[in-house]
Design a protein around this ligand. Structure first.
Ligand code: FAD
Length: 334
């Protein structure tokens, strides 16, 4: 996407021709790249997967998009609200619900809260919108970030690692100052199970938090969320169940279906199922800084920098992009 223009040499051992490399094309990485590009700083985004989005993942299953990562997003930050308004105008995002059901303990209730937003084409489509016009290389897995900084041997002025801590930790050297920033917190896993029925056989619902349940933490009605009414449910497991099925995520399907049947009083089998494992779905503790920008040129961003959610990822990447642009003498600062 876009063209790849360098800063015309003179940047040390910068053989890749651009000054900033962002590793990870999730929301944080692309929000960071958007800010850098807006400030006139050439930036190159490298992503190991075949598409953008990261944990805002929308798989095409049985011919329609299904959100298999984040279930929805909320909006508190005024600047993020402007981005969301743009997505809404473009038909990419829509307010879904401000009240979710609560199941578990044999009881049923409602949980009022902020508006939860959904994406008719899947949450990935929102990240893709940000990627338009950026220099992005998909299926490019970075393996090493060393002092310099260098990315797989090629120099850059700043390298941004926009991903969960354990994934970033694999890239940096043990002596890197970034290691101290990346250690000390666990990340919990989730297996997402998607199941499609021939017709809707459950009580009307949008989504339900499942409290204190051994198998499930959330059930979402994807037809309601997407707005097409398809008879598709998406369930997120507890961390214990995800750990037990780490090697074979499909093994989580039967316990999840059993729990769905019990909680929704369903008596039929789905026509199809799909399972996806997230080894690093979310950190178990928050941070109170929005990003890390080291003197060594290695920077860290993502939903781990704050309270883990979509909006945090956007804010972390955006603020880091501005800070990097300011350090490199680019235009805009906060
Ligand atoms: C099951 C689940 C449910 C969730 N539910 C919600 C919710 O309801 N509401 C909410 O707000 N948030 C939710 N979240 C969290 C939300 O998805 C994240 O906060 C957000 O997507 C994080 O974005 P990010 O850019 O920080 O990281 P990611 O989206 O993880 O992006 C990191 C990117 O880096 C890439 N990458 C990693 N290593 C390399 C490498 N070596 N080389 C190149 N690329 C690499 C990855 O492929 C990935 O694309 C949920 C997450 C999960 C998994």
């Amino acid at each position: 996407m876009g063209d790849s223009r360098g800063w015309g040499g003179g940047w040390g051992n910068n053989v890749i021709g651009v000054s900033v490399v962002v590793v990870g094309a999730g929301l944080a990485g692309l929000a960071c790249a958007v800010e850098l590009a807006a400030a006139g700083v050439p930036v190159r985004v490298l992503e190991r997967a075949g598409s953008v989005g990261g944990r805002m993942a929308s798989g095409t299953i049985e011919g329609r998009p299904v959100d298999i990562g984040a279930a929805y997003f909320t909006v508190r930050d005024a600047e993020f609200a402007e981005v969301v308004a743009r997505w809404r105008t473009a038909g990419l995002a829509r307010p879904w619900t401000s009240e979710l059901a609560v199941l578990g303990d044999g009881s049923r209730g409602r949980s009022p809260g902020p508006v939860r937003w959904a994406a008719p084409h899947g949450l990935r489509s929102l990240v893709a919108e940000l990627a338009a016009g950026l220099t992005l290389e998909l299926q490019h897995e970075v393996r090493h970030v060393g002092p310099g900084p260098v990315v797989d041997g090629a120099g850059a002025d700043v390298v941004v690692l926009a991903m969960p801590d354990p994934q970033a930790l694999r890239l940096v050297e043990p002596a890197s100052p970034a290691v101290a920033e990346l250690t000390g917190r666990d990340w919990r896993p989730v297996v997402t199970v998607v199941a499609g029925w021939r017709s809707r056989e459950w009580p009307e619902m949008n989504a339900a938090f499942v409290n204190d349940h051994p198998v499930l933490s959330l059930i979402a009605d994807d037809g309601d969320r997407r707005g097409d009414g398809a008879p598709v449910l998406v369930a997120h497991t507890t961390a214990d169940v995800a750990r037990a099925h780490d090697a074979q995520p499909r093994g989580a399907v039967e316990p999840v279906l059993g729990a769905i049947r019990e909680l929704l009083d369903l008596h039929t089998q789905p026509a199809w199922t799909h399972a996806h494992r997230w080894r690093y779905a979310a950190p178990t503790a928050d941070r109170d800084r929005p990003f890390h920008l080291g003197d060594d040129g290695i920077a860290l961003a993502g939903d781990g920098w704050g309270s883990a959610r979509v909006e945090t990822a956007w804010r972390s990447g955006t603020l880091l992009g501005r800070a990097v642009a300011a350090r490199l003498g680019g235009g805009r600062t906060e």
